[in-house]
Design a protein around this ligand. Structure first.
Ligand SMILES: Nc1ncnc2c1ncn2[C@@H]1O[C@H](COP(=O)(O)OP(=O)(O)OP(=O)(O)O)[C@@H](O)[C@H]1O
Ligand SMILES: [Mg+2]
Length: 431
């Protein structure tokens, strides 16, 4: 029987001798782990492949060369850490890996979710992989703590949830570290038009407070990173995130990351603690990865009290919805403020909302840039400045459309002018 078939069969039958774990153990006995740790990932793989190849030549089964390469790859993948997931992680076109139990693995590639043929040999092997991941962040996953957020050494964000909460077996979601696009690159990719980019550049330099809104995976963090790239180099930036994903190019950046409670349930540091702490760090700009709770009130207050030019993202379905969401989140603070007071805070704090959407073809783009023109306790008046008007979608599911703009309200124009910025937003369907 060909090795490939044997390997495939060993996935379904635990009676088969487990060639992979046998050779993985042999390999790990042979290598000098300290030396291995000093190598770059690509060199590490090459080194393991060389050692394994000589082990197989010395005492391995006689194999066709293709079967031999399959065995080498799978053993090295296993030894390197995440086993069958390694080739998926190595594939740069994959942006997300979703494991729903040992047999069902899906990936997102170029914005589309597809199933891959890869499977784990058993649930136990999947648990081993999960253990390797979470042990690097000093956490453990078991029935008493069945949900864990972790990170791979290369920065990827990982979420693990296991039974009894996950009904069909352990579930693992790995999000590739978002690529740090510059705003100009996002324009080239068609995520926003050049006029919107020019306008946003002026607004960032003029210290507008800006919220980026959108659903899960619409590119909020990526956009926040690109927008933060426009903050002038001499300003002191404090970034606050749950899992540090931003990578700013400026020199003067202090990066803060929240911390979950440890196994004993203590030591938690929340985004809110960090937002409060950041105010004592003399920031010129506060950049909050995502507001999800009571920290929203602290952030709004900071924006209203001398920390203009702050940037943050919020999960919402439209630019307008983002404002309601900020109200709800701000009311989660222990301060019981009346809705009208919170609305006052939102109206005074927020200048712009940028809403992002993910099209049917997987492309991410800005669907709206809107200015919040209302003040104090008035109902929200959100004026669209630049909107993507999508064409009806054709059979190829490719998203096309036109960018339309409205003239900048005089108040904003004056504010930009006072900051030395002149921008003209073309009206109508200018591309
Ligand atoms: N404009 C874009 N063009 C192409 N790919 C993009 C764009 N924006 C984001 N992506 C990719 O989409 C994925 C999700 O992006 P990102 O993490 O920024 O989204 P998010 O909205 O912050 O997600 P979450 O809701 O999980 O925080 C990443 O792989 C990122 O590289
Ligand atoms: Mg994000």
């Amino acid at each position: 029987m060909a090795l490939r078939d044997r390997l495939q069969q060993s996935e379904s039958s635990s009676d088969e001798p487990d060639l992979i774990s046998h050779y993985r153990d042999r390999l790990l006995e042979e290598v000098d782990l300290d030396e291995l740790a000093r190598l770059k990932p690509a060199q590490r793989r090459a080194r393991l492949e060389r050692i394994l190849s000589s082990l197989l030549s010395a005492d391995g089964p006689v194999l066709a060369s293709r079967d031999r390469s399959v065995l080498i790859q799978r053993v090295v993948d296993d030894a390197l850490g995440l086993g069958v997931l390694e080739p998926l992680l190595a594939d740069q076109s994959i942006t997300e890996i979703m494991v729903n139990g040992p047999r069902d693995i899906f990936v997102e590639r170029l914005g589309r979710v597809q199933r891959v043929a890869t499977t784990f040999a058993s649930e136990e092997q999947l648990y081993q992989t999960i253990d390797r991941i979470v042990s690097t962040v000093n956490r453990r996953v078991d029935e008493s703590s069945p949900m864990v957020d972790a990170r791979l050494p290369t920065g990827e964000r990982v979420n693990v949830i296991i039974p009894p909460l996950a009904l069909d077996g352990p579930s693992l979601t790995i999000r590739r570290f978002p690529q740090p696009y510059r705003l100009a690159e996002l324009v080239d990719k068609g995520s926003l038009d050049v006029h919107a980019a020019t306008l946003l550049g002026a607004c960032v330099r003029a210290r507008f407070n800006i919220m980026i809104s959108g659903g899960t995976g619409t590119g909020k963090t990526t956009f926040l990173n690109a927008l933060s790239g426009l903050i002038p180099a001499h300003e002191r930036i404090v970034t606050i995130e749950d899992a540090a994903e931003l990578s700013l190019q400026q020199e003067h950046v202090v990066r803060l990351e929240s911390r979950p409670a440890n196994v004993e349930g203590t030591g938690q540091v929340t985004i809110r603690d960090l937002v409060r702490n950041s105010l004592r760090m003399r920031p010129d700009r506060i950049v909050v990865g995502e507001v999800r709770g009571g920290e929203t009130l602290d952030m709004l207050q900071a924006m209203n009290t001398g920390h203009e030019g702050s940037l943050a993202t919020v999960h919402a379905n439209s630019a307008f919805d983002a404002l309601g969401r900020l109200e709800t989140l701000a009311s989660m603070s222990e301060l019981e403020l009346p809705v009208a007071t919170i609305r006052d805070q939102v109206n005074s704090a927020i200048d712009l909302v940028i809403h992002l959407e993910r099209g049917a073809d997987g492309t991410r783009r800005v669907s709206e840039v809107a200015a919040l023109m209302s003040s104090r306790r008035a109902d929200y008046d959100l004026v669209p400045l630049r909107t993507f008007r999508q064409d009806p979608i054709g059979p190829d599911r490719h998203v096309t459309g036109t960018w339309v703009g409205s003239s900048l309200p005089q108040v904003l124009r004056d504010r930009l002018l006072r900051a030395g910025e002149t921008v003209v937003v073309p009206e109508g369907g200018a591309a």
